[in-house]
Structure formats: C-alpha cells, structure tokens
Design a protein. Structure first.
Length: 256
C-alpha cells in the first residue's frame, strides 16, 4: 500500500465558472431620498445569508453537472493490465474489477509488475488529447485512484507524488480523503463518493477528480508537464486482516 503521510485538514474551495450578467444591472438607479428609511439589519442579513447559501449550492450543482457532462464525452474503455498487478491482487475475468486478496497469487517476476505496493495499471496508455473513466469505490475503506506515467518505478515502496509520476487521490481510515500532491492535501468532502470520475487533458497538464453522484469537484492537479504515456492507476483496500477487500470496479459511464 502506498506510504501514508500525516496531513493537516484544509478547506478546499469549489471550482467556479464566469457567468455573463445582464447589462441592465449596470444601469444607474433612480435618485431617491433614503434618509428616512430604516430596516432591521439582523433579520435582513440572516435572510440574505440563507438566500446566498441556497443560490451557491444550486450554482455549484449546475456548474458541476455541465463540467461533468463535458468530461464524460471523452470516456474511454479501461481494462486492467494483469502483467502490472501486484501478486496480492485479484482481477475479474473481464479485467474490470480488482480486489486485495488474502493470499498471494503465483505470478512471474515481470519488470512491469508492482512487487511491493498493491497496485495495478490500466492496459492502455494515453499520450495526447483528453480521456475520462469512472470507478465504483462503494464499500471500500481505503483506496488510491488516478493516473501514472509509463516510466514510474514499480518496485519497492512507492511515494506517490507528481514528481515521481503519480497523480492520485486517496481514501484512508474510511473517512480521510487526500490528494497526494507535494505536500499532500487533505480533502474535506461534503459527501462520501461512491463513484469517482477521473479526467485527463494531456496537453493542458490537467488531472481532475469528480464525485459523480453529487456532481462535485474533488481535486485537480494543474499545470503539469506530460511527455510520455499516462496509464489509469488503481490501488484497492489492503487493510482487510486476511479477508478479501471490497473491489474497485471500473464502471460504464452513464452520460448525464
């Protein structure tokens, strides 16, 4: 399992988009004498705060739905590469699911295989354009998801940072979410994601993560420089005390 780090919780802001405003709102108001007008400011401020909060939640949902729809247009068919899978991992016959098993599988010592960390890559890599995939993480108390450069070191203990070729978010201890940037960033999510969407824009150096159920942004790695293939990256729950973990499932994309 990828090396955990001690991190402090920070508030992570939601992404936003610029919106056009009706030009009539910029028209100067009619002149009026307001000197004799009074109002209950406590009530008005509280009413305004509630209204703005509701408006922001509505706008956040609308923005996320629009962005997610655009991401989903670039959905690709992802399967798991058994040649890279750590021996403790078990892949389904269709190579769409991966679990951390109770025993090691017999496997060849392939140079492409992760030998210490319980990770596996997707079969196909991407070196241009945009691509998107979704992963069902329901029932898992620990996981890592994202993409990795083709040249990443797959032997020994992994430090999953962009400098080392990994662009991932993770769940630890059932409720602690983080992005493995450098330093790691703690993620305070409003709801627990069940399906995580991963979007990559190769030329823009962007790797973004979305909670598909709530249609909300989780985290983005921005301004990265890619010069080789990027592969989908998966690391399922490894703290199962001899039991088979909940699977990570590559899900078909249901377009909004």
């Amino acid at each position: 399992m990828i090396k955990d780090r001690i991190i402090k919780i920070k508030d992570i802001g939601q992404s936003a988009e610029l919106r056009k405003t009706d030009a009539s709102l910029y028209s100067p108001p009619h002149t009026r004498n307001w000197s004799e007008i009074c109002m209950n400011t406590d009530v008005s401020v509280e009413t305004l705060r509630r209204a703005l909060t509701q408006l922001q939640e509505t706008l956040d949902g609308t923005i996320s739905q629009t962005v997610l729809r655009r991401m989903q247009r670039h959905a690709v068919d992802v399967t798991l590469d058994s040649n890279t899978a750590n021996p403790r991992l078990t892949l389904s016959d269709d190579r769409k699911q991966v679990t951390h098993g109770a025993i090691n599988r017999d496997s060849t010592d392939d140079p492409q295989r992760f030998d210490y960390c319980s990770c596996v890559l997707g079969t196909e890599g991407f070196s241009s354009g945009m691509f998107y995939f979704e992963v069902d993480v329901t029932g898992s108390s620990e996981w890592d998801l994202g993409v990795a450069r083709e040249s990443v070191d797959r032997k020994g203990l992994i430090t999953a940072t962009p400098d080392n070729g990994y662009y991932t978010v993770a769940l630890r201890n059932k409720n602690d979410y983080c992005a493995f940037a450098d330093p790691p960033v703690s993620l305070l999510l409003r709801v627990k994601p069940q399906i995580v969407g991963v979007f990559v824009h190769y030329e823009e150096g962007l790797v973004s993560f979305y909670d598909v159920g709530s249609r909300s942004h989780i985290y983005s790695f921005t301004d990265q420089t890619f010069a080789e293939k990027l592969y989908p990256f998966f690391c399922p729950d490894g703290k199962t005390e001899g039991k088979v973990s909940a699977p990570l499932i590559i899900s078909p994309v249901n377009h909004i």
